[in-house]
Design a protein. Structure first.
Length: 161
């Protein structure tokens, strides 16, 4: 059947029911050139169906673009929030946090390493106490290294033994 024969022609009401849209929405689709009007108040059945499919595909593409744009905006917002948190010193780089801890542990180590000398003149006791201090700081260093790795790579903190 051809559009000229009139047998494919349907009324506005029939086309609206077919597409499950209002007659006003069908007129809008015609105005937007998705659906071609052949004769006043009449539409070609094939044109109506194909035009509506084109419209839906365009809407899907627009929706996809809008979703992509929304994700981009969310990412930009998150980045700005992170920069602000960093400026307020609520968020610091892992390297900076690790450096601060390294400096702190070094200061504590220096204090404790001088403890055996300050504690006794007995060399046997001093060596024994120094060995205990050294062992304690080796454990602290191991734990500090493990925690630095967790801070850099993520994961669950575990205590090194």
């Amino acid at each position: 059947m051809t559009a000229n024969s009139g047998s494919n022609m349907i009324s506005v009401a029939t086309a609206s029911k077919l597409l499950m849209v209002s007659t006003e929405r069908l007129r809008q689709l015609a105005k937007l050139s998705y659906v071609k009007r052949s004769v006043r108040g009449q539409y070609d059945l094939v044109d109506v169906v194909q035009g509506y499919i084109k419209f839906l595909k365009d809407e899907e593409r627009r929706g996809s673009k809008a979703a992509s744009h929304s994700r981009m905006q969310d990412a930009k917002t998150a980045e700005i929030e992170m920069r602000l948190a960093e400026k307020r010193r609520e968020l610091i780089p892992v390297e900076e946090a690790t450096f601060v801890l390294d400096v702190l542990v070094a200061k504590v180590r220096d204090e404790f390493w001088s403890l055996p000398t300050r504690f006794t003149r007995d060399m046997a006791v001093r060596r024994k106490l120094q060995a205990e201090v050294d062992a304690s700081f080796n454990r602290v260093a191991d734990n500090l290294g493990a925690m630095a790795k967790v801070a850099r790579e993520g994961g669950e903190p575990t205590e090194a033994r």
